[in-house]
Design a protein around this ligand. Structure first.
Ligand code: AMP
Length: 280
C-alpha cells in the first residue's frame, strides 16, 4: 500500500494509473476507521483496478470546534486496517495540501438540501463537505466513488455536486454497517462511555419503531412518539424526520407508496449521533 502525503506525489501516481487505463475507485474518509469504512474499500476493490482511500479530518465541515478537536484520530491502526483490506493507496494530506492559501474558497449552490436537517443544525457543514470532496475528486479522478448510506443527506449533497460540476465519477451508496445490537458504526462511537454506548442503541430502536408502526396518513404523531422516546432515554434530539427518499423533501403525510427515509440526529451528552432507515 502506498502512502501519499502531498498533492504532487498523489498526482504523479494518479497520472500514471490513468495513462495505463486503470479504473480508480475512491473512498474518502476522516479516519478512525471501522468496518463501515472497510465495506466501502471492499466494494471498491471488487469494481476497480485501483482503490484509493483518503484520511483527512476536514476542518471546514465542522461547525463545532470541540467536535473537531475531539474527533478520534487513530492513523496507525487505520493504516493497518487499510493494508489488511488490500487498499492500494492512501492519501494523508494536511490542511495546507488540501486548501492551498492561494485558492479562493468556492461556494456551492445546494438549495434546500442545505436548509434542513443536517444543513439546518450544522450551518456551513455541507459547504465544507463540498469543498473537500470537490478538491479530492479533482485530485484522485476516480471512475467510482463509494459513500455510506449512514450519511444519507451527505450522499444527496455529493450527488448534486457531481451533477452540477459535471464530474465524470459514478456514485455508489453502500448500506450502513451496524454493531451487533444495531447501532450504526461511526467513528464518533469511540467517544461514548460504557453507559452512553448502551443507550446509543435507542436510535436504532427508534428507527425500528418508526419502520414497524408507520401507516399512511399524517406523520406528526409517530415523529412525536419517536422524539419523546429518545428524550426519555437521555438524548437531546436535533430532529426526527421522515422524508421523500428521492428528493429528501420533508413529508407531513405519507401516501403509503412513496419510498421514504426516516432520519434521526441526537446528542448523548457531547456526542452527536445520526442514523437513518430507508422504508420502501
Ligand atoms: P467518515 O469517515 O465518517 O467521513 O465516513 C467516510 C465514509 O464512510 C462516508 O461515506 C460515510 O457515509 C461512510 N460510513 C460511515 N459510517 C458507515 C457505516 N456504519 N456503514 C457504511 N458506511 C459508513
Amino acid at each position: 500500500m502506498i502512502i501519499f502525503k502531498t498533492v504532487s506525489q498523489l498526482g504523479f501516481f494518479i497520472d500514471k494509473m490513468k495513462a495505463s487505463e486503470k479504473k480508480i475507485g475512491f473512498v474518502p474518509t476522516m479516519g478512525a476507521l471501522h468496518l463501515g469504512h472497510i465495506s466501502l474499500i471492499n466494494n471498491s476493490k471488487q469494481q476497480n483496478d485501483i482503490t484509493v482511500c483518503s484520511i483527512f479530518v476536514n476542518p471546514t465541515q465542522f461547525n463545532n470546534a470541540t467536535d473537531f478537536e475531539k474527533y478520534p484520530v487513530t492513523i496507525e491502526t487505520d493504516l493497518d486496517k487499510l493494508e489488511a483490506a488490500g487498499c492500494d493507496a492512501v492519501f494523508l494530506p494536511n490542511a495546507e495540501e488540501v486548501y492551498p492559501k492561494r485558492n479562493a474558497t468556492p461556494v456551492y449552490t445546494l438549495g434546500y438540501l442545505e436548509t434542513l436537517m443536517e444543513g439546518k443544525f450544522r450551518p456551513g457543514h455541507y459547504q465544507g463537505v463540498c469543498q473537500v470532496v470537490d478538491r479530492l475528486l479533482a485530485l484522485v479522478k476516480p471512475a467510482n466513488l463509494y459513500l455510506g448510506q449512514k450519511d444519507y443527506q451527505q450522499c444527496m449533497v455529493i450527488k448534486k455536486l457531481i451533477e452540477h460540476k459535471n464530474i465524470d465519477t459514478v456514485i455508489h451508496i453502500e448500506k450502513t454497517v451496524r454493531e451487533h445490537d444495531g447501532l450504526a458504526m461511526s467513528s464518533r462511537n469511540a467517544r461514548l462511555n460504557d453507559f452512553e454506548r448502551k443507550q446509543a442503541v435507542k436510535i436504532f430502536e427508534t428507527l425500528s419503531f418508526i419502520k414497524n408502526n408507520l401507516k399512511p396518513g399524517r406523520l406528526e404523531s409517530i415523529k412525536g412518539q419517536a422524539t419523546a422516546f429518545l428524550s426519555a432515554n437521555g438524548f437531546k434530539v436535533d430532529y426526527v424526520e421522515i422524508a421523500d427518499a428521492a428528493s429528501l423533501e420533508i413529508l407531513q403525510q405519507w401516501n403509503g407508496t412513496t419510498s421514504i427515509v426516516a432520519l434521526v440526529a441526537a446528542y448523548l451528552n457531547e456526542v452527536r449521533l445520526i442514523d437513518n432507515f430507508v422504508l420502501d
